[in-house]
Design a protein around this ligand. Structure first.
Ligand SMILES: [Fe+2]
Length: 182
């Protein structure tokens, strides 16, 4: 069984440890049993972002990506642990151009995450996400702080790659207004 309260407690303990091995392992274990997570959190019929916990030291989101859903490049200002329990996320990683007046970014790497994969993004990482599939993709996103309250976050315009203040509905319109906090 996937028990939310227990998962929250184990994540919290793991985040206290130095380095990211402990939290990576906690999330890896959880997403290795996708059926258990779906049994606990339910199936979705479309794009969805549910808050499992939001606290000053920890945010956990159940992220269900719609078919071909995309995000603008954005940052989090928290360490982020992403574990896939269904489908996939294709990530592009970006870095700031040095001394650019518009804060533009350039692509610097990529990672294709599929069911069972876990990745840890450092505090300063800028990424964009696409669900490359014609079906829903499922992920747990764990942040080591209050993700929604993180001040000063940014996103980047898809065409010009210029820096903008973070704007949830713009970052991924498919989530709509209600939970456009990713
Ligand atoms: Fe993100």
């Amino acid at each position: 069984m996937f028990d939310i309260d227990r998962f929250v407690a184990v994540c919290r303990a793991a985040l206290m440890e130095r380095g990211s091995d402990a939290i990576r392992e906690v999330v890896r274990r959880a997403v290795s049993e996708p059926g258990d997570i779906i049994a606990a959190l339910g199936e979705q019929t479309g794009a969805f972002a549910g808050i499992l916990v939001r606290a000053s030291d920890l945010t956990i989101l159940n992220v269900v990506w719609g078919a071909r859903q995309w995000t603008l490049p954005h940052n989090h200002h928290h360490r982020a642990i992403i574990g896939m329990y269904g489908g996939g996320e294709d990530n592009i990683y970006w870095r700031r151009l040095p001394n650019d007046a518009k804060g533009r970014v350039e692509a610097t790497g990529a990672a294709s995450l599929r069911r069972g994969d876990v990745t840890v993004l450092g505090r300063d990482i800028i990424h964009s996400v696409t669900n490359p599939l014609d079906k829903l993709s499922y992920a747990l996103h764990v942040y080591d702080g209050d993700f929604m309250a993180a001040e000063g976050k940014s996103c980047w315009d898809a065409e010009t790659l210029a820096e903008l203040p973070y704007d949830g509905p713009a970052v991924s319109p498919m989530f709509g207004q209600a939970l456009a906090t990713l």
